[in-house]
Write a protein that binds this ligand. Structure first.
Ligand code: AMP
Length: 183
């Protein structure tokens, strides 16, 4: 099973990706987690990623995903969370997957109203103290999502891959909805 999980920040992509990974016994690849880990550990990649205030450049992000998808544990599938985020990354992913001869199976889009997203992110910021969860940063990221990432859903819909799921409700109920669409 090769999946993308898409949707705005705060919609619950990370939570649902973890449940789907367990259900299908495949790894989750979160570009945001990879960047945060490398920044925290001050690796060469982390230092480079840190020098960008918003999105990390496509060249670096694409390379990270390409290297990760080539790893042994990706043989039976994977879930990508946080990638692709713009049209150029869609093209880059298409090329990677064509090279590997491993087409996408589905693109899961989680949906929730803006006030629900803002409330959840505020709560997460308080609970986890994620440095990138300031109110200004949250608003900016939602704006970037609407402008650059939301239009990608049309591309995947045109390919017949898109599964849109309501992201509001109980966590297990939402994962149940996703899995019933996929199976
Ligand atoms: P996230 O947890 O997905 O919101 O990602 C956290 C941060 O990592 C983002 O604000 C970006 O700086 C960077 N990042 C994650 N995924 C990507 C991507 N696909 N393209 C560019 N930058 C990314």
């Amino acid at each position: 099973m090769r999946l993308l999980i898409m949707g705005p920040q705060g919609v619950g992509k990370g939570t649902q990706a973890a449940l789907l990974a367990e259900h299908f016994n495949i790894p989750t690849i979160s570009t945001g987690d990879i960047f945060r880990y490398n920044i925290k550990n001050k690796t060469e990649l982390g230092l480079e990623a840190m020098s960008y205030t918003e999105l990390v450049p496509d060249s670096l992000t694409n390379k990270i995903v390409k290297d990760r998808l080539a790893k042994e544990d990706c043989k039976n599938g994977w879930i990508l969370d946080g990638y692709p985020r713009n049209a150029a990354q869609v093209t880059a992913l298409d090329e990677m997957l064509a090279d590997l001869d491993t087409p996408l199976d589905h693109v899961v889009a989680l949906e929730a109203a803006r006030d629900v997203l803002l409330e959840r992110m505020k709560k997460r910021a308080a609970e986890q103290g994620r440095a990138d969860d300031t109110p200004e940063a949250i608003a900016k990221r939602l704006e970037t999502y609407e402008k650059e990432t939301a239009p990608l859903l049309d591309i995947y819909e045109a390919r017949g891959l898109l599964v849109v799921v309501n992201g509001v409700g109980d966590i297990d109920e939402i994962s149940g909805r996703i899995i019933s669409h996929l199976e």
